[in-house]
Design a protein around this ligand. Structure first.
Ligand code: NAD
Length: 243
């Protein structure tokens, strides 16, 4: 039996991008690159000091755009898995970088948005951007200043694509969670949702360490995703991974 004949749902978190040079969320004491999450990742923070938040994301974007920040073997292995999967395949990422699409993944949803786009809180207009944003920026559609922000989902906001995600979760037969601490909901609850629908789903976790959800998984692969994922997918594609 192979997992390739099953519907595969992949959930990725900051850990998959860490070996590409992007720092994870909770690497040290709940800080993201030396910032308190509540100072830069909430609507309240943006209301209080929009340019502090804008500057935080401007800095992240500079990092994301560095030539040395490239998809690693973990991202590439998922492209291969998508290619050889014979049923439905979906990657849902919590990451706001674009390393999955740069690697070549096709069926991909950014549930926490992406730093590729800006969004106007007044008229809902979104645009792709590649410049520094500040609070004087005027929306090209409604012409209002001060309403344009990065198109990422902050704490306290509704993640994107949930309808599509839960529709796929209903039929998920293989769930693979990669590089996420399982602390941020609703993503952390996807495994519980699958288990409530399909007792026999295969659940695999790839992480450097145990997470609070590890006990629920069929199997946990401990180690760097850039190594464990390609090894796993090689076994799967050679039909040497038995389920
Ligand atoms: P997290 O920082 O809470 O957890 C990262 C997890 O990855 C940890 O469990 C860690 O043990 C594991 N990990 C680290 N390096 C790894 C590796 N090489 N191989 C395998 N596992 C590894 O991240 P999260 O759970 O994704 O938290 C979600 C929030 O973080 C999201 O809202 C996301 O937007 C935000 N975030 C995104 C980025 C990005 O876009 N790259 C970076 C930082 C934070």
């Amino acid at each position: 039996m192979t997992i390739l004949n099953k519907n595969i749902f992949i959930l990725t978190g900051a850990g998959i991008s860490s070996e590409s040079g992007i720092k994870t969320f909770r690497e040290k004491d709940g800080l993201w690159d030396n910032h308190r999450i509540e100072d830069v990742c909430t609507p309240e923070a943006f209301q209080k000091d929009p340019d502090k938040v804008n500057n935080f994301y401007n800095e992240r974007k500079v990092v994301f755009n560095r030539p040395e920040i490239k998809p690693n073997n973990g991202h590439k292995a998922l492209v291969e898995l998508e290619r050889i999967c014979k049923k439905d395949f979906l990657i849902v990422t919590q990451n706001i970088d674009s390393l999955h699409e740069k690697a070549g993944s096709k069926n991909l949803l950014h549930m926490h948005g992406s730093l590729e786009r800006l969004y106007c809180m007044n008229c809902g207009h979104t645009i792709a951007y590649d410049f520094e944003i500040d609070s004087s920026f005027i929306c090209s559609n409604c012409k209002k200043p001060g309403k344009v922000r990065v198109d990422v989902v902050w704490f306290g906001e509704q993640p994107k694509h949930l309808e599509q995600i839960y529709k796929f979760l209903e039929k998920t037969e293989v769930f693979i969670s990669i590089g996420t601490s399982n602390n941020v909901y609703p993503a952390a609850g996807f495994i519980d949702y699958i288990l409530s629908k399909k007792e026999k789903a295969l659940l695999y976790e790839f992480n450097l360490e145990k997470t609070i959800k590890s006990v629920l998984f069929t199997r946990s692969f401990k180690g760097y995703a850039s190594e464990t994922l390609p090894n796993f997918i090689k076994l799967v594609s050679n039909r040497k991974y038995k389920i």
